[in-house]
Design a protein around this ligand. Sequence first.
Ligand code: 6GU
Length: 231
Amino acid sequence: MISFHIMTLFPEMVTQGLGTSIIGRGIERGFVGIDAVNIRDYAFNKHHSVDDYTYGGGAGMLMQAEPVFECYQAILREIRENGNDSPVRCVYLTPQGRVFDQRLAYELAKEEDLILLCGHYEGIDERVLEEIVTDHVSIGDYVLTGGELAAMVVCDAVARLVPGVLNNEASSDMETFKDGLLEYPQYTRPEVWHGKKVPEILLSGHHENVEKWRREQSLLRTRERRPDLLK
Ligand code: 6GU
């Protein structure tokens, strides 16, 4: 069981996005918890605004420290009330973070609770980040309009590693990146499609040869498409 606590200005985006398909089933079956909390609920002024101009000038608005901090404290209080007294990681989704990969997904999948902070506008007041954030994480070298899509990517990649979420435990074992290589090509019926035949060796029933072929194909494919992974 893992619980994701997502601090966001668009909670419905996150719950709707993660509520379907395989992660949705994990939620229904109680292996995954999604607690999307609206930072705006912790706005402290009567207009419920959570952003303001940046000191020093420049374009755009910044999320203020206080609503983010209050939201974080409410989430942490709930985590403690539910009996988790271990340190809780707070992941800030930002293009200025460590690039997310399968290794980090495995690491985060060990946690009982994870807090994810989604930024908007031009970012968040640095002072609250200093106080609450344990991990700065980016999902790649490009810029999104907000952290929600990145948070959903992280939740999906982490949740599928939690025992019980996937039907077939082996399938997360065999796959791409498990041993640092891309996955080999796979085929299903029919045996011939558009004149292309399924590789003979896969029909041979010779398990050892099939494994050897798959390993070779993984290496070839990785060399061809992602040579950086071989270094
Ligand atoms: Cl985590 N946030 C935003 N806004 N843009 C990104 C990103 C995160 N990762 C890559 N681009």
